[in-house]
Design a binder for this molecule. Structure first.
Ligand code: HEM
Length: 404
């Protein structure tokens, strides 16, 4: 290991991840906790340090309200009611309310419907020897599922995609770890307003009509005698709509990228379908759809022996932690036999992802169908990657397929 690697910002653009993974490795080896003087961000790369940050919410908070620029009342900030941006004690109350809809049992109940939807999507490309895996299968499936859970028309999914892209686009240019400031483009604001008005109309409808869906439950529920405000329900719905589909879409595409790197693993899964869950889990570790998570140092503190002053954004690099050799041996290898337990892809601690069973189930059902229907596939050209700096995965993945 060379002892000269100057700390620097991540390469621009995640793309296929090769440069970013190399950067994560060198930073973890040489600057496991790096304070970027210019942006003030504190970057954390080691598995153990990341776990410590994520499991200490009293020191490393998630409420970024004070750091978020106020663009005026007319620009929705979608931050109220968002679990991932809420600290205790409010976080615990909100989480208790919404977690009922996400217990392993309530998710398991959805399985027949998810399987039916996956069958329909694969049927829609039957007979084609080439199709885009993302637009045909992995984008529509999770978005239809989350829309049905919430009780909003899945036929509006092109709108959700458009809004999601606008929200992601607002952070393309910002260096990772920097505190947002300045202006926001009027196009993005228009998209955000459209999304807010759309969600608000559903919330208002449920205030008058109990439709037996998740939105109806959220408007009716009381937190210590108080109902959630419309802005809180809208913020949470916005988060769920985005968190509930983009990440899972990316996971399924990433599985195919990992298989392309590890054809032996694919051959084993072909021969033994009981390995599908292990393949999904190893994909999660190997290519996490969410690359990093932010926290905010609430007080002067220390991470891995480095002093971090109060008020600093802390960037926990989940991708770097998942490839820390202290935790996972030969971490760059896609290995179906490894114990993946504890990977950081779904976070850690009080904010641990609520959608974990759903994401795993959707991915398993899709992988099983892909293997059943096609005896072989190869990745076509061109593959397009997502552009946001915190997102790892493909936006478009053409597959050339050989039917089974
Ligand atoms: C592969 C797919 C997914 C990945 C990689 C992922 C990743 C994450 C991560 C890293 C967090 C922690 C955030 C933090 O620490 O601040 C999180 C939280 C959360 N996720 Fe997921 N997620 C996925 C799928 C889903 C799905 C399908 C849903 C819902 C339908 C969902 C709902 C949530 C919720 C509600 C939280 C907030 C929990 C809290 O703050 O208490 N996620 N997710």
């Amino acid at each position: 290991m060379s002892d000269t690697f100057e700390a620097k910002r991540p390469p621009t653009g995640v793309g296929d991840g090769v440069d970013l993974i190399a950067w994560c490795r060198r930073m973890r080896e040489h600057h496991p906790v790096w304070l970027d003087d210019e942006t003030q961000g504190a970057h954390v790369f080691r598995f153990d340090d990341i776990q410590t940050v994520l499991s200490t919410p009293e020191v490393f908070g998630s409420d970024f309200g004070e750091l978020t620029p106020d663009f005026g009342e007319d620009v929705p900030n979608f931050m109220e009611g968002v679990l991932t941006m809420t600290d205790p004690p409010m976080h615990g109350k909100l989480r208790k309310l919404v977690s009922q809809g996400f217990t392993p049992r309530s998710i398991a109940r959805l399985e027949p419907r998810v399987a039916e939807l996956a069958d329909e999507l694969f049927e829609s490309v039957a007979g084609q020897d080439r199709f885009d895996f993302v637009s045909s299968i992995t984008y529509p499936l999770p978005v239809i599922v989350i829309a049905e859970m919430l009780g909003i028309p899945a036929s509006d999914r092109d709108l959700f995609r458009q809004w999601g892209e606008a929200l992601l686009a607002s952070n393309y240019e910002l260096p990772v770890g920097a505190i947002p400031e300045g202006d926001i483009s009027s196009d993005i604001v228009d998209q955000m307003k459209e999304m807010r008005d759309y969600l608000l109309s559903h919330v208002e409808d449920r205030r008058n009509n109990d439709r037996g869906d998740l939105i109806s439950r959220l408007v009716a529920v009381e937190v210590e005698g108080e109902r959630l405000k419309d802005t809180e329900v809208v913020g949470f719905l916005n988060f769920l709509l985005l968190a509930g589909h983009l990440t899972t879409t990316l996971l399924m595409g990433n599985a195919l990228l990992s298989f392309a790197d590890a054809p032996d693993a694919l051959a084993r899964v072909r021969g033994d379908r009981s390995l599908v869950p292990a393949a999904v889990e190893e994909t999660l570790r190997h290519r996490p759809p969410v690359i990093f998570q932010y926290r905010l140092a609430k007080q002067d503190t220390e991470i891995g022996g480095v002093h971090v002053p109060a008020g600093r954004p802390v960037v926990t690099w989940l991708l770097a932690g998942n490839r820390d050799p202290e935790k996972f041996a030969s971490p760059d290898r896609f290995d179906l036999d490894r114990a993946t337990t504890g990977h950081l892809t779904f976070g850690h601690g009080i904010h641990f992802c609520l959608g974990t069973p759903l994401a795993r189930m959707e991915s398993r059902l899709v992988m099983e169908r892909l293997l059943d229907r096609y005896s072989d596939w190869s990745l076509g050209d061109p593959v397009y990657y997502e552009r946001s700096p915190d997102i790892f995965g493909v936006k478009s993945l053409p597959l050339d397929v050989t039917p089974a």
